[in-house]
Design a binder for this molecule. Structure first.
Ligand code: R2B
Ligand code: URA
Length: 302
């Protein structure tokens, strides 16, 4: 862990009990009794939608002898479940929303691990999501090796008028390869690739079907071909930020697993049926669970 990048001035008094931290968007504080149930957290699994979080927690419970699920009461912003060492949390859509979830979860985990950097380094983080494939058909699972923004550069945020803060948005290669290996006999199509995180579903993903459209068929295809030639295999909206913030603290183990809903080289609209979308979502969840059981231990049939 990179201790020098951790906000000790704010977080250490919380660990010491001199100050309470309010994880406002999760409806939780460091003084809430329920927090004691989360102390043994070994993995944080995130997804955009609350319904998926609920499903993941139920599946994980079944895989772990019907282990008890703890639900945090506030569900207005993010949905959170804890079960058998895994904290499942939704993050909404896009980096502004997901960065709130990630920052509050990092603070929470720091508190849960009492600021012990060795214990923190053991926590595994994952985002399971959906994406547009680039040269891959719907139903493919992409495990990200590097998150980039729409200009193929790493994650960054504006620093007022002073410039930008830049972050290392690569994903740990060994973890990504282990996820592919854990799924080698599953029958799922799982590939490695770079992932663009767009700040917009339409404009920054070069769609022609937005209410506001700034591109032509030619500029759209030129962008898609450019990112494809540079190793990008899918497009979503959170990964570069997730990797950027986790790398900033030095977490060594995290991953992003996204199913593709369509091939962007073939079109813009998501026309998959509800059944197909359900299967894509189940498959990406299964790809994560295969890895989680191989690293976190006990499991039975789902
Ligand atoms: C994938 O899907 C969502 C947009 O439909 C967004 O949250 C993402 O990253
Ligand atoms: N999510 C995205 O961000 N883009 C897509 O094309 C599909 C899902």
């Amino acid at each position: 862990m990179h201790s020098e990048n951790i906000n000790h001035a704010f977080l250490d008094p919380v660990v010491a009990g001199d100050q309470v931290d309010v994880y406002y968007h999760f409806g939780l504080s460091s003084a809430d009794p329920v927090i004691e149930r989360l102390r043994d957290v070994r993995a944080i699994v995130m997804a955009g939608s609350g319904a998926r979080i609920d499903e993941f927690a139920r599946t994980w419970s079944r895989m772990n002898g019907d282990a008890e699920i703890t639900a945090l009461p506030k569900e207005e912003r993010f949905v959170t479940r804890y079960c058998a060492g895994v904290l499942f949390a939704s993050h909404g859509m896009g980096m502004p929303s997901a960065s709130i979830a990630v920052q509050e979860l990092m603070r929470l985990v720091y508190f849960l691990k009492r600021g012990d950097l060795d214990a923190l380094a053991e926590v595994f983080w994952a985002r399971v999501g959906t994406s547009g494939g680039v040269g891959l058909p719907g139903g493919t699972i992409v495990v990200t090796t590097e998150g980039v923004m729409a200009d193929l550069r790493p994650y960054r945020v504006l620093n007022g008028g002073m410039g930008e803060y830049w972050f290392d948005s690569t994903f740990p290669r060994d973890v990504a390869e282990d996820i592919v290996a854990a799924n080698s006999s599953s029958g799922l199509k799982v590939v490695l690739g770079k992932t663009v995180a767009g700040n917009e579903f339409f404009l920054e993903q070069f769609r022609l079907d937005g209410a506001v459209c700034m591109e032509t068929p030619e500029t759209k295809m030129a962008w898609l071909e450019w990112i494809h030639d540079n190793g990008v295999r899918n497009i979503e909206m959170e990964g570069a930020m997730l990797a950027g913030y986790l790398n900033h603290w030095g977490f060594p183990r995290f991953a992003m697993i996204c199913c593709t809903l369509l091939d962007r080289l073939q079109g813009d609209q998501v026309t998959a049926t509800p059944e197909q979308l359900g299967k894509y979502s189940d498959d990406s969840g299964a790809a994560l669970m295969a890895y989680l059981t191989s690293t976190l231990g006990p499991s039975g049939p789902a």
